[in-house]
Design a protein. Structure first.
Length: 318
């Protein structure tokens, strides 16, 4: 979205996501043993994890909590100046909280909330991951060896959050944060915005805002990690089945985003997607794609329909 006639390009990408879990040991097992992520740090109730392709020291923070759900959603700015500019804009919008020292491996951080109340932050300084000897890849441009266990998710990709008022949150993301609007689902002849998919870069969407059918606020629909191909999504299905993990939907293909997906529930209750395919957006004046009741087809291009739980279940449950 434009500011002084120019698009805002102050956020580089989704930095990290914090998931809350009432079953920290089981959740850690799911992400490390089954998805193949690496634990790099521990601090009190939180474990810090990464995919083998992530350049940052960590991209997923798993925190023990009474209830499941999403904690902090963090964005990396494109520069120190960009961080200052976004902090000022958020402050001006009345949604700022404060400046903090920054989490493990991150520098000075500006904390705020989106209009629905999700905790967010922006930082610029980021320590790159330095693999210990036994995890060093022979590829000079790969931050870490491909894991020898589990699915082997490559990197953090996106998350979908629920909110009471999609337009308010979408407008905040566009006008204040500077995210680009990719796709929308709008029902009732253009009157009801069901969901909006947005990104800072060529990744189709880094965050989606979808209406919370229960009228709650601050909830998570799902968190998604990227794999390189469909075969790895199928391998995730085999690994989940062998280990008693509930597969809610897929492997199938979405119509919006074109993503090839499998959705499971990690032991703490959060919905986790293993994802590939998807379209990349390089067009600087990309025209938002809008789906209505007829074209939406329940979000599925081919494969089984998404179950009722996909519409009704989110974390924390209400
Ligand atoms: Fe997704």
């Amino acid at each position: 979205m434009a500011e002084n006639g120019e698009p805002i390009q102050d956020l580089a990408h989704l930095g990290y996501v914090e998931l809350l879990t009432p079953k920290p040991d089981e959740s850690l097992w799911y992400f490390t043993d089954l998805l193949g992520m690496e634990e790099v740090h521990r601090d009190g109730p939180s474990a810090y994890l990464r995919g083998y392709g992530d350049y940052a020291a960590f991209t997923l923070k798993l925190t023990e909590a009474k209830q499941s759900g999403v904690g902090t959603i963090a964005w990396r700015a494109t520069s120190a100046q960009a961080l200052e500019r976004r902090a000022q804009a958020i402050e001006g919008a009345g949604l700022g909280i404060d400046w903090a020292d920054g989490d493990y491996s991150k520098g000075r951080t500006y904390r705020f909330r989106d209009p629905d109340g999700h905790a967010m932050e922006i930082y610029f300084e980021q320590e790159k991951y330095a693999a210990p000897e036994h995890l060093r890849s022979t590829l000079r441009n790969l931050p870490m060896k491909f894991p020898t266990r589990g699915v082997g998710v490559r990197r953090n990709d996106h998350l979908a959050v629920l909110c009471q008022d999609v337009p308010a949150n979408r407008e905040f993301a566009q006008n204040i944060l500077g995210l680009h609007l990719r796709e929308q689902v709008i029902f009732d002849n253009g009157a009801t915005e069901i969901g909006s998919w947005m990104s800072n870069n060529a990744i189709h969407h880094e965050i989606a805002y979808v209406v919370d059918v229960k009228g709650a606020s601050g909830r998570l629909h799902h968190y998604a990690m990227w794999v390189d191909n469909r075969e790895e999504v199928l391998r995730a299905a085999d690994i989940f089945m062998d280990n008693g993990i509930f597969i809610e939907a897929g492997p199938s293909k979405h119509n919006n985003s074109q993503g090839f997906y499998i959705y499971s529930y990690e032991p703490g209750g959060n919905r986790v997607e293993v994802y590939t395919g998807g379209l990349w957006v390089f067009d600087p004046d990309f025209e938002t794609v809008v789906w209505d009741e007829e074209t939406r087809n329940g979000g599925v291009h081919w494969g089984a329909a998404l179950p009722e739980s996909f519409l009704n279940y989110a974390t924390p449950p209400v």
